[in-house]
Write a protein that binds this ligand. Structure first.
Ligand code: BES
Ligand code: ZN
Length: 606
């Protein structure tokens, strides 16, 4: 078959073996903070070479026993690689011929070092009644749950047999619930093959309500009404638009689980159940673009998947592109450029942060030996979006709209790299038979677009929604400007954000008195919207308004979303390191292990 390993972030020998089906039989033990049980794998031999050994990724998993074809097998956990974990070598002495399938079973349990799971005590939950647990596997944390081919280049179907005393949510469709001695066993099926990073579980005091024809919201019973209100108006609309742009939704249900505040991301596109931060439930329906984004992953990422984290832009760039198409269809075309302008600013910030020559500012960075979490930034999102936006403008919207379903159909159920994307794009427009477009496509600088570090060429944006934000910021340049509430009355939350980001850029920064005035005049501290609050705190810290530092510290004890936590810690660390360290010490158990690890790095505590 000639399969090559194109993912540098796995230690598995997936060129030789392919996981076809995975059955996770796991009990959630809230007392010991562990998943315990057995994982069964159906594995296909892809080649004669190397085939007397199966190597799986694993990280901090306690392996009890391994069997192959029903008989005990020899196995060994090799020395730990700092970023990639300890590969599990399993011997298959008699080997397997190409095309043979064998059954592998591993008895195991997770350990305290598991990076994918967060366990909350009842006291750490909002109603303080029950414990809670949830997983976050992207990018390479699935290997800390159970040994697996932890690469987006391998896709398996899944059966989840999960036993818990509390309701369970997983990235599959619920088939049955059976009450037993140790709790209820929930069976979920995922019949669409998925990569390991989309394996997901959560369990706790979870209630559900309907928010659309194919959609439910799940969250704590006390939070249910608010969460339902936030999404019920738009859920079906999002799905209709996405289905029109690409093709019908393939996963049965699209549900959203709103997690406790320590969830480290805005959202995670776990199939069937998107996991989301509670910061999107802001009471104003202004932060649900995160849901449009995660829904869009149902096509870009979950059906059509980048084969390694080096080609991550194929997941995130396409998803941002589709998310903005959804936004434009619902709120009008200028909304797309408005969102793109916000994204451009985030891209500039990332590139300034890394340095314009940095490897991680390339559309396709080299991640050999690198923990993908360390390379994570807005670059693949925004540089990826801008590449697609450029291609759309080049061939024209109507033509690009024909390419979208072609591409997603061709790679549905598969993983691909950027070179296959390029080849598909070129041959699609070759066969369209329009000579003028063919000529334009032939002139695309693929090398430059793929490998030039720093900012891509800046497009002309439709600035109609941002102009008001910039002109208000312009007024603030005059230090005698006296603000009033009405300045921002007509602004959307995102327009306020653009305004605040312009103020953040003032050089010299505004004075601490002016910063306080701004916060008061526009009610920024009483806002439920963490996005606005955090943006304001960056202004206050930049202005050395010492009276704001306690507020920053307090917010850092209430949200665990890395998008806010990491920059706020970096900001606080600059102006008051002692308070930053004290705040981290106080809250480190509140943060998810991934977030805790990243903040430790950011604060130089490693
Ligand atoms: N898949 C990502 C989250 C992610 C990326 C987790 C890499 C782990 C490693 C998700 O779809 C995402 O991009 N979330 C964003 C939402 C935003 C772009 C609307 C987030 O969390 O902020
Ligand atoms: Zn995403």
């Amino acid at each position: 078959m000639g399969v090559s390993v194109r993912d540098p972030n796995t230690l598995s020998n997936y060129a030789a073996w392919l996981t076809k089906h995975t059955t996770a039989n796991l009990t959630i033990d809230f007392d010991e903070h562990a998943l315990k049980g057995r994982v069964d794998y159906r594995i296909l031999s892809r080649t004669q070479k190397e085939s007397n050994e199966i190597i799986l990724d694993s990280s901090f998993v306690s392996v009890k026993s391994v069997s192959v074809g029903g008989s005990p097998a020899q196995w060994e956990l090799k020395e730990r690689h700092k970023a990639f974990g300890s590969p599990l070598h399993i011997s298959v002495p008699e080997g397997a011929a190409e095309g043979d399938e064998l059954d592998l079973s591993i008895e195991l349990q997770t350990t305290k070092e598991c990076t994918a799971l967060q366990w909350l005590t009842p006291a750490q939950t909002s109603n303080k009644k029950h414990p809670y647990m949830f997983s976050q596997c992207q990018a390479i944390h699935a290997r800390s749950l159970f040994p697996c081919q932890d690469t987006p280049d391998v896709k398996s179907t899944y059966t989840f047999n999960i036993t818990s005393p509390l309701p369970v949510v997983a990235s599959g469709v619920l088939e049955s619930e059976t009450i037993g001695e140790n709790g209820t066993t929930y069976v979920f099926e995922q019949k669409v093959p998925i990569p390991s990073y989309l394996f997901a579980l959560a369990s706790g005091d979870i209630a559900t309500a309907k928010i659309g024809s194919r959609s439910k919201i799940a969250t704590g019973p006390e939070e249910l009404e608010g969460a339902k209100w936030e999404l019920e108006q738009d859920m079906d609309k999002f799905m209709e638009v996405a289905e029109k742009v690409v093709f019908p939704y393939k996963w049965g249900e699209y549900n959203v689980l709103v997690l406790p505040p320590s969830f480290p991301y805005g959202g995670m596109e776990n199939p069937v159940y998107t996991f989301a931060t509670p910061t999107i439930i802001s009471g104003d329906r202004q932060n649900i673009d995160v849901i449009a984004h995660e829904l869009a992953h149902s096509w870009s990422g979950n059906l059509v998947t980048s084969c390694s984290w080096e080609h991550f832009w194929l997941n995130e760039g396409w998803t941002v592109y589709l998310e903005r198409r959804i936004g434009a269809a619902i709120h009008g075309e200028p909304e797309r450029d408005f969102s793109a302008i916000i994204g451009w600013k985030a891209l500039e910030d990332s590139i300034t942060h890394f340095g314009a020559d940095h490897e991680y500012t390339k559309l396709i960075p080299t991640l050999k030996g690198v923990d993908p979490d360390d390379a994570f930034s807005t670059v693949p999102y925004e540089k990826g979006f801008h590449f697609l936006y450029y291609l759309e403008k080049l061939v024209g919207r109507d033509n690009f709209d024909k390419f979208i379903p072609h591409y997603f159909t061709k790679f549905s159920g598969k993983s691909l790299d950027s070179f296959e994307f390029k080849e598909t794009f070129i041959s699609f427009f070759d066969s369209l038979g329009d000579e003028e477009i063919k000529k334009k496509v032939a002139e695309i600088d693929w090398e430059g677009r793929f490998y030039n570090p720093g900012l891509p060429p800046k497009p002309d944006f439709d600035t109609s929604y941002v102009d008001q934000c910039y002109s208000l910021a312009e007024k603030w340049k005059d230090s005698s400007y006296s603000p009033s509430k009405s300045d921002v009355e007509s602004f959307s939350a995102n327009q306020k954000l653009v305004f605040l980001e312009s103020i953040q850029k003032f050089d010299p920064p505004i004075s601490s008195e002016r910063a306080k005035l701004l916060g008061d005049a526009y009610d920024l501290l009483s806002s439920q919207n963490v996005e606005l609050k955090a943006a304001y705190y960056h202004i206050a810290m930049g202005a050395k308004d010492t009276s704001s530092y306690e507020g920053v510290s307090d917010l850092l004890g209430r949200v665990g979303r890395m998008k806010f936590v990491r920059p706020l810690f970096r900001g606080l660390n600059k102006v008051d390191r002692e308070l930053a360290l004290k705040t981290f010490e106080k809250n480190k158990d509140f943060y998810h292990p991934i977030c805790r690890g990243m903040v430790e790095k950011d604060l130089g505590l490693e």
